[in-house]
Design a protein around this ligand. Structure first.
Ligand code: AMP
Ligand code: ZN
Length: 121
């Protein structure tokens, strides 16, 4: 647990969130600035700053994040596909340093994962 971490505060209920799932290991809630019609986050309740710090000690929560994604995506209306993203570090454009998995869904296709740079651009 980190006193200052925004996602630890959400897990503890100190900051409001639109919760969609909770158990002893993980917490899922809507992203506050959605970039797709379905956009929620699944986080481990334990404070892990990034995937660099994740290891086998955390396998139960990390496994649950993946195992829950499809069911929750379907529940939220993404029943024709979705995308999971875990941003890590500076290069991965991580903004919040508490591990979180984005789950993004349509109905419209999301487009390519990363826009290819033009050759020579
Ligand atoms: P990332 O770049 O992967 O670290 O993304 C962090 C995500 O957390 C962004 O999509 C934010 O919109 C989202 N976010 C930040 N603060 C909150 C909050 N209080 N409730 C829900 N989502 C949040
Ligand atoms: Zn935290």
């Amino acid at each position: 647990m980190s006193a200052e971490c925004i996602f630890c505060k959400i897990v503890r209920g100190e900051i409001p969130s639109k919760k969609i799932y909770e158990d002893e290991d993980v917490f899922a809630f809507h992203d506050i600035r959605p970039v797709a019609p379905v956009h929620f986050l699944i986080v481990p309740k334990q404070h892990i700053p990034s995937m660099y710090e994740a290891n086998m000690v955390h396998h139960q929560a990390l496994g649950k994040m993946l195992a829950l994604a499809g069911g929750l995506a379907q529940q939220e209306g993404a029943d024709e596909g979705f995308r999971t993203i875990i941003n890590t570090g500076r290069v991965g454009h991580q903004e919040v340093y508490h591990v979180h998995m984005h789950v993004l869904g349509g109905p419209e296709p999301l487009g390519p994962m990363i826009v290819r740079k033009q050759r020579g651009a």
